[in-house]
Design a protein around this ligand. Structure first.
Ligand code: NDP
Length: 296
């Protein structure tokens, strides 16, 4: 049985790791807050490790799912870090929505130790993770991907090789920038329509039968905004981080990108205002406050 180590049992990491639990694979988990790893182990039959180093010592494949590339670099280094524990021939699959430059640096460090690296950010949200229906965007060596594909298919229904290391990160950041732009612009539009006397529910029905539709109009607004449920599934802080990456990719490539830069600024301000724990859809509340109208 493949031996897998999974590090980072957050909102999306936890349901992803669950699909890898015995009998599917021999699974060892590590989480910064150890109580979460212990509870996961008790529930699933996985083993819980005390340090990243311990978690990966017997692993063929190591999967990380942390907030950003900064935390990935943190868990790789140090006496108790991944690099101290991984054997030559191991593959590190980083499912963090990371940044391409850091992923390239990490890949180079690991290559010196005989460890292959793939950036492998995911999309599909917590519900996609629960249904094993994530899209996985891979950057790195295509032959390494084929070695680990059976493991990734435990949680990914669409696994796409995007190009060299960093390509998965770059594509994921642009995808999430689109999410952010749709979310924000739809909130502005629906706020204006509500004030003009058009029901947001009716407006969404029409938009969803027309060319302006998006995941925001089809799913997020009906399920989370009209209902006033605003569940916390994907932190605004993380979407802010993704926009920063997308805006950086555009600048690095010298692509004129006023929309991406503005979206990045707006979400940075919203993140500052709403704090670390707010969900991304809660940006709608800021626009509602500016417009003094509720989208309901
Ligand atoms: P969460 O904030 O829910 O979880 C973050 C995880 O990282 C937790 O396990 C946390 O540990 C751990 N962590 C935080 N800081 C550190 C650190 N300094 N050192 C070690 N571990 C740390 O994030 P998500 O699970 O939502 O997101 C994880 C990644 O997946 C992000 O890159 C995100 O952008 C991406 N993503 C998330 C989606 C979602 O719907 N949630 C969708 C698609 C991608 P602890 O338990 O101790 O806090």
């Amino acid at each position: 049985m493949t031996r897998v180590a999974f590090l980072g049992l957050g909102a999306i990491g936890r349901p992803m790791a669950k699909h890898l639990a015995p009998p599917r694979s021999t699974l060892t988990v590590w989480n910064r807050t150890s109580a979460k790893a212990n509870a996961f182990a008790a529930e699933t039959g996985a083993a819980a490790a005390a340090t990243p180093r311990q978690a990966v010592q017997a692993a063929d494949i190591v999967i990380t799912c942390l907030p950003s590339s900064r935390e990935v670099e943190e868990v790789i280094g140090g006496a108790d870090g991944l690099l101290a524990g991984m054997r030559r021939g191991t593959v590190l699959v980083d499912c963090t929505s990371g940044d391409p430059a850091t992923s390239r640096r990490v890949a180079a460090t690991l290559a010196d130790a005989g460890v292959a690296f793939l950036d492998a950010p995911v999309s599909g949200g917590v519900s996609g993770a629960e249904r094993a229906a994530l899209t996985v965007m891979i950057g790195g060596d295509a032959t390494v991907l084929e070695r680990v594909r059976p493991v990734l298919s435990a949680f990914g229904s669409t696994i796409v090789h995007c190009g060299p290391v960093g390509s998965g990160d770059a594509l994921k950041s642009v995808n999430n920038a689109m999410l952010a732009v749709h979310l924000w612009s739809l909130a502005e539009g629906l706020a204006a329509l509500a004030k003009a006397g058009v029901s947001p529910r009716l407006a969404l029905d029409v938009i969803n039968a027309s060319s302006g539709r998006s995941n925001s109009s089809q799913n997020l607004f009906p399920e989370r905004v009209l209902s006033r449920a605003f569940p916390r599934t994907f932190r605004l802080a993380l979407l802010d981080k993704d926009l920063g990456i997308a805006a950086g990719v555009a600048r690095e490539q010298k692509v004129a990108s006023p929309m991406l830069q503005l979206a990045s600024e707006l979400f940075r301000a919203a993140h500052t205002e709403l704090g670390e724990d707010a969900d991304h859809v809660e940006v709608v509340k800021i626009i509602e406050r500016w417009a003094q109208v509720e989208i309901a």
